[in-house]
Design a protein around this ligand. Structure first.
Ligand code: HEM
Ligand code: HEM
Length: 414
């Protein structure tokens, strides 16, 4: 019989414990969240499914690798074993009820685990929903109660009985690890609280959204730059053609979108207006404002980043009725060439690909400022039905045209 649990069992024990603490911290905050609800739900579901996978691995390890012999018999030993069984039931039950509850919800929100792996919905009848939802909240409390009993038992052995039982779950006899491993649970909980949006005080979601948007857009700039890096080859080709045509114009300059820009949308719904925005998008723009015909514009929008500032509606947007973001994570607008429609005003006709459907689409925009920094303001009217956006029961009152507006600052790349 080994002295302690295998390294695999020990690693999984503490990793799962820390992730569970994260889950509970995030889970409790899920209801009543503003526009950031969507991302937290995706995080909660992703980490929850990771826990399920790690727990299955842990159960496998339990049967493969030898474990140390039981230290205690009698009712105390039986209680310890009972608590362990209960903890395994919690580690499996929490994710399974979570998975069941999202699979049976009225509005089926698609899940992309860690933004990459689509999570299928379990084929369960809708009647399971209430049980799964109540069970999910209840199981968390049962888990906490079992955890407290479990820790009380560990402390009893460590402080009162001094039989060294705790070292069976610590690799080596490292005092540092003895403190650090349980501390991971506290860290997991703190991390869960830390990713929650700041409490929304009176006039508020704006600052929260802004901070976030800026950081996202900073990432976008990097992405846009990466996309533009492909441009020199095109430019060289254009250079050659232009030289051949002996036009006195250089290659059209490429532009980088600066952080702080916005793509918004609004649509009428039964007399009111629903407005929202996409927090994640990139634009690769090549354009000479004096020769718009050589423009090359590509805008890529991350559809899962749509928010109308209401957690419930935000939860519906990625679903099949609206954007179907799991199957079609991005929408693109591509236009080759633009036309001047007035002083500093332009029109670009291109192709909008949304929810897997590609259709001709025109956007209008105006430029202000000069030289290397321009402010871009524009709009487009999109007929949503040909793209299959809003094709279900909850869209009956939705107007067929969606107004899209955008404004951002672009800097010329030299
Ligand atoms: C693995 C461990 C998990 C733990 C410990 C956990 C814990 C929690 C907790 C404490 C809540 C708050 C419940 C309440 O306020 O009543 C919650 C809510 C929620 N969890 Fe989990 N969860 C886990 C996994 C999952 C998984 C895998 C999914 C989905 C795939 C999921 C989906 C949800 C949803 C959708 C809610 C909101 C429920 C509602 O609106 O009533 N959870 N979770
Ligand atoms: C500070 C927190 C914790 C401490 C000090 C601790 C300590 C221990 C120790 C010493 C053992 C070995 C018991 C023995 O050899 O008989 C053990 C086993 C176990 N722990 Fe923990 N633990 C903690 C948190 C957790 C959490 C959060 C969970 C899961 C939710 C958990 C689940 C388990 C399970 C299921 C076993 C039984 C392993 C097996 O024999 O299959 N523990 N824990």
């Amino acid at each position: 019989m080994p002295q302690r649990y295998s390294l695999a069992a020990i690693t999984l024990h503490w990793a799962i414990a820390a992730l569970l603490a994260f889950q509970i911290a995030v889970g409790w905050a899920l209801e009543g969240l503003g526009s950031h609800g969507f991302f937290l739900y995706q995080w909660h579901k992703s980490v929850g499914m990771l826990i399920l996978a790690l727990t299955l691995a842990r159960v496998a390890v339990r049967y493969w690798k030898p474990r140390p012999a039981k230290l205690e018999g009698g009712w105390q030993g039986a209680l310890a074993s009972g608590v362990h069984v209960g903890l395994y039931a919690f580690m499996l039950g929490a994710p399974l009820t979570g998975w069941a509850l999202v699979s049976t919800a009225k509005v089926k929100v698609p899940t992309l685990l860690f933004g990459v792996l689509p999570l299928p919905h379990l084929p369960l009848p809708a009647s399971v929903h209430a049980i799964a939802e109540n069970g999910h909240g209840l199981i968390a409390w049962l888990g906490i109660a079992l955890f407290l009993l479990h820790v009380a038992g560990a402390l009893r052995h460590h402080v009162m009985m001094r039989d060294g039982l705790i070292w069976r779950m610590v690799p080596g006899r490292s005092t540092v690890l003895l403190v650090a491993l349980p501390a991971l649970i506290v860290l997991g909980f703190i991390a869960g609280r830390a990713i929650l949006p700041a409490p929304q005080t009176a006039p508020a979601p704006a600052p929260v959204a802004e901070v976030d948007e800026n950081s996202m857009e900073a990432a976008n700039v990097a992405e846009a730059e990466a996309m533009n890096a492909a441009a020199p080859a095109d430019n060289a080709a254009q250079n050659a053609t232009q030289a051949a045509a002996e036009e006195p114009v250089g290659p059209p300059p490429a532009w980088t979108v600066q952080p702080g820009g916005r793509i918004g949308f609004s649509v009428g719904n039964d007399g009111e207006t629903i407005s929202g925005s996409f927090s994640k998008w990139t634009a690769a723009i090549v354009m000479d404002p004096d020769h718009p015909d050589s423009a090359d514009i590509k805008v890529t929008i991350d559809m899962a980043s749509a928010s109308v500032g209401d957690a419930y509606k935000d939860g519906m947007l990625p679903g099949d009725e609206f954007f179907g973001s799991a199957a079609h994570p991005t929408a693109t607008f591509i236009a080759k060439g633009a036309q001047a429609s007035g002083p500093n005003r332009y029109r670009a006709s291109g192709t909008l690909t949304l929810k897997g459907v590609a259709k001709p689409q025109t956007i209008r925009f105006s430029l202000s400022g000069k030289d290397a920094t321009r402010k871009v303001t524009g709009s487009a009217t999109i007929a949503r039905l040909p793209f299959g956006v809003g094709n279900g029961d909850s869209s009956k009152g939705l107007a067929p045209q969606v107004a899209v507006t955008f404004d951002f600052t672009a800097k010329r790349k030299d």
